[in-house]
Design a protein around this ligand. Sequence first.
Ligand SMILES: Cc1cc2nc3c(=O)[nH]c(=O)nc-3n(C[C@H](O)[C@H](O)[C@H](O)COP(=O)(O)O)c2cc1C
Length: 207
Amino acid sequence: MKVLLVNGSQHNNGCTHTALQEIADELQRLGIETEEFWCGNKAIMGCIGCGHCTETKRCWNDKDTVNDFLEKVAETDAFVFGTPVHFAGTSGFIKPFMDRAFCSKASLFFNKPAAAIVSCRRGGAQGAFEDMNRYFTIACMPVVSSKYWNEVHGNTPDEVRQDLEGMQTMRQLARNMAWILKCIEAGRNAGVQLPEHEIPVKTNFIR
Ligand SMILES: Cc1cc2nc3c(=O)[nH]c(=O)nc-3n(C[C@H](O)[C@H](O)[C@H](O)COP(=O)(O)O)c2cc1C
């Protein structure tokens, strides 16, 4: 079982990474494989709604990290997406990254557990956290929670490590994620089928 941890910060080894690493360490301790994927700090373009991905399951745009990520989705059992808080919302990297990733391969995310975590200096965590969770709840993904909303506070990795409550929240999230993954595996081994998915009906509010 493998969890992919997506770092949506411009900093490869900053605060968001520090929180994701705490989750990774706990998951590994519980026998779950992890990999961290960095979105990078080069511009990530938004979705242009061209429909190319409907045919190919890849984004037309190979200039950034979105397609590299999409290649890993099929082999991944669960996801944690992390972002720093920028102006009380998600970073300008993770927003277009998730728009295009979820447009391109939404069905490949179906029924795979997911969680969002956010890192902020002081305020605006809630808005960013809720923005991230909305991707999961349109893609049939069970959302994994912790004992508090999944946020750490700090402006440097060292400050984040001093946020003992935040670090504890990350470890509990990892334990809950491991538990859900093991329950899913046990269910599969016992013959519990994944839910059926109907052919989508899109009414666009027109009867
Ligand atoms: C453009 C920008 C906007 C920011 N906006 C906020 C904010 O609204 N609230 C906050 O608490 N911190 C804000 N910060 C600080 C970062 O969220 C915080 O330092 C975070 O932990 C950095 O994570 P990182 O090292 O993974 O990038 C902002 C930082 C930047 C660069």
